[in-house]
Design a protein around this ligand. Structure first.
Ligand code: ATP
Length: 335
């Protein structure tokens, strides 16, 4: 449906996007994930037609996007700041796109009511944006974007201004709606949990380049670069010598793909098994209780390793432990 090929964007001499290749299928939810300044918003703005590009091509349904006038693209866009029209009621905001398309009034009213039911705010139709909470405004902004039955939905950090609880709720609602309406969607986020929980496909970006594209599962369990492994989730990195010293023979159980003399072993906290052992190689530095899990920082030959306690396990600072890896866990990445 959307096919971005070898896209480049320069601001003066600054290469903001460097050879970007991304596609989004007809009902796919794609997240552009990366740290601040990596170019995700620029990429979204280019697709939206709000920014030009320097080289490459973007195809939409097989057609060059440049050949489709921005007004005729019928893309729904939701920004971080809800950007509702302050002088219009909720109903007028949601119906705005239909009104400028000359849809008859009765039809607009019907569709607005249907959308308000979907976002579960049937009673808000006459309210003004300043009379709504942030979460309500963002739901209205999403309904407004959906009102025109967009052929592509573009979401630019739509949840980042909301508090954690509301963010979690709207996350699920957006995903439900997107699945139900089967609209290809591209969402920008710097929040890895948001990307992992919502996306069919995550595009992990860094310094204007794509580091890896894959399912959330692939990016988490098979990161191809050190950047991806450190940006998504928590990772411990051990070089070949350190890994050999800690895991010895058991290292052969780690998948061998990517193992080169200078490769780093990536181990997630939950992949380590800690066993209290006075002769163990690591020392507990501290334990942090996080509710569903307790994180343990361990001192190991002058470096710090992060792990987790098993259910019911107790360890105290200063205790010595031995480390082993769950079978099949760990993977090698380039340094
Ligand atoms: P954030 O999460 O902070 O919004 P981002 O990944 O969305 O970051 P972009 O906004 O796409 O990043 O910016 C990418 C880079 O391009 C940044 O270094 C930014 O300073 C630069 N940039 C963006 N817009 C312009 C512009 N109009 N002129 C010059 N440089 C720009």
């Amino acid at each position: 449906m959307l096919d971005i090929r070898h896209l480049h964007k320069k601001f003066g001499n600054y290469h903001a996007l460097d050879d970007i290749n991304v596609s989004a299928g007809s009902d796919e939810f794609v997240c552009l994930l990366g740290p601040s300044g990596c170019g995700k918003t620029t990429l979204l703005r280019i697709v939206a037609g709000l920014e030009s590009y320097s080289d490459g091509e973007i195809l939409f349904d097989g057609r060059d996007l440049n050949a489709i006038d921005v007004r005729n693209r019928n893309f729904g866009i939701v920004f971080q700041s809800y950007s509702l029209f302050p002088g219009m009621t909720v109903g007028e905001n949601i119906g705005y796109g239909l009104k400028i398309r000359n849809v008859p009034r009765a039809e607009i009213e019907k569709q607005v009511r249907a959308l308000l039911d979907i976002i579960r705010f049937p009673d808000l139709i006459g309210r003004y944006p300043h009379e709504l909470s942030g979460g309500q405004q963002q739901r209205v902004a999403i309904a407004r974007a959906l009102a025109v039955s967009p052929s592509l939905l573009l979401l630019d950090e739509p949840l980042s201004a909301l508090d954690a609880r509301v963010r979690l709720d709207i996350r699920g609602e957006i995903r439900d709606l997107q699945r139900r309406l089967a609209i290809p969607t591209i969402m920008v986020t710097h929040d890895q949990e948001e990307a992992l929980s919502m996306a069919d496909k995550v595009v992990c970006m860094n310094h204007g380049r794509i580091e890896q594209v894959g399912t959330p599962h692939e990016l988490y369990f098979r990161p191809r670069t050190k950047f991806v492994a450190s940006f998504i989730g928590t990772s411990n990195f051990l070089d070949v010598t350190q890994a050999g010293a800690v895991f010895g023979e058991r290292l052969s159980a780690v998948p061998q793909e990517g193992r080169t003399p200078d490769a780093l072993l990536v181990v997630r906290p939950e992949e380590l098994v800690l066993t209290a052992d006075p002769a163990g190689e690591a020392t507990v530095a501290d334990v942090t209780f996080l509710g569903n899990v307790s994180h343990v920082r361990l001192g190991l030959n002058g470096r710090t390793i992060t792990s987790e306690l098993r259910l019911g396990q107790r360890l105290a600072p200063g205790e010595r432990v031995s480390l082993s890896l769950h079978d099949g866990c760990g993977r090698w990445v380039a340094p």
